[in-house]
Design a binder for this molecule. Structure first.
Ligand code: 16G
Length: 254
C-alpha cells in the first residue's frame, strides 16, 4: 500500500516548505495526482486511514482535504463503497422535438444502458398522479423508479407513473419502458415536457455521483396516446453537466 501511495502522492510534495495549512498541501497533492492521471477518473481514492498513516498526518486533516475536493466536484463519496475520482462527462445532446426513449437515445450514441431499480410495483395513485393521469383514487398505478446509467455513468433519476390499465405488470419492464408499452400498444405518440433548473441534493447527488448542490435539470413529461389519453407521467432529474437539450426553432408561416 505504501509503495502504491508513494507513486500517487510523493511525500516531498506534502513536506515541501511554505507555511500554508497541511490540509491544503494534501489537497493540492491529490489534485495534482488527478490532473496528471496518477489517479484516474473513476478510481477509488485510497482509504483515508491509509492516507493518514502514509503521510503521517491526522485523519481529521485528510478528511478536510478530501471534503474540499468533494465540494469542488473532483471527488465523490459513494455511501458504503468509498471515495472516487469524478469522471469528466461528454455531454449528451437530446432533441426536444422527437419523442424517444432513454434506451433509444443512448443506443443511437453507441452507449449501453442499464438501470438501478429504486421502485417497481403497483400502488394507489398520489394526488399528483391522479391529476396528471386522470385517475380516480381507487385506481392502480404502476411506478417505475430508476437510476439510469449509460456506459457506467449515472445520468438521470427517473420516476415514471403509468396507469395499471396500460401497464398491469410493472415487473415486465426489464429494460425499456417504451418497448414494454409498445407490446401493449400503448406507446405514447405525443408528449409535453416541462424543464426547470435545480440544484441536486442528497441522496440524489450521491446516486448520480455529483457534488451536493451541482446543477441539475428537473423534467416532467406527460405523454399521450393517439386517442388523447394520458399514458405516462414521468418526473426526472438529469445531471446538468451531462445533458444539452436542443430545440429546433422555425419561423412561423403566418
Ligand atoms: C426518457 C423520458 C421518459 C421515458 C423514458 C423511457 C425524458 C426527459 N424522459 O428518458 O419520460 O419514460 O425515456 O425510456 O426524455 P425507456 O424506454 O428506455 O425506459
Amino acid at each position: 500500500m505504501t509503495h502504491q501511495l508513494a507513486s500517487i502522492l510523493p511525500l516531498e510534495g506534502l513536506q515541501s516548505g511554505g507555511s500554508g495549512p497541511l490540509y491544503l498541501k494534501l489537497r493540492q497533492s491529490l489534485e495534482d495526482a488527478i490532473q496528471s492521471g496518477k489517479l484516474n477518473h473513476g478510481d477509488a481514492l485510497p482509504p483515508e486511514r491509509d492516507l493518514a498513516d502514509y503521510a503521517n498526518i491526522s485523519r481529521v486533516t485528510v478528511r478536510k482535504a478530501v471534503d474540499d475536493l468533494v465540494r469542488d466536484g473532483l471527488l465523490v463519496r459513494r455511501h458504503g463503497s468509498g471515495t472516487f475520482v469524478v469522471k469528466p462527462v461528454s455531454k449528451v445532446q437530446q432533441s426536444l422535438s422527437r419523442l424517444t426513449s432513454f434506451t433509444e437515445d443512448m443506443a443511437r450514441r453507441g452507449l449501453n444502458t442499464h438501470a438501478r431499480w429504486l421502485e417497481r410495483g403497483l400502488f394507489h395513485p398520489s394526488p399528483d398522479e391522479m391529476m396528471a393521469l386522470g385517475l380516480p383514487a381507487d385506481a392502480l398505478v404502476a411506478r417505475l423508479g430508476r437510476l439510469r446509467i449509460a456506459d457506467d455513468m449515472p445520468l438521470a433519476i427517473e420516476r415514471a407513473s403509468i396507469s395499471a390499465e396500460f401497464l398491469p405488470d410493472p415487473q415486465a419492464v426489464t429494460s425499456s419502458l417504451y418497448t414494454a408499452l409498445d407490446k401493449t400498444r400503448s406507446r405514447p405518440v405525443r408528449a409535453v415536457q416541462r424543464i426547470s433548473a435545480c440544484n441536486i441534493k442528497d441522496p440524489d447527488a450521491s446516486m448520480l455521483g455529483v457534488a451536493v448542490g451541482s446543477a441539475g435539470l428537473s423534467i416532467e413529461r406527460v405523454s399521450y396516446l393517439a386517442s388523447g389519453r394520458v399514458v405516462e407521467f414521468t418526473r426526472s432529474l438529469y445531471r446538468g453537466d451531462a445533458y444539452d437539450f436542443v430545440a429546433e426553432l422555425t419561423l412561423s408561416e403566418s
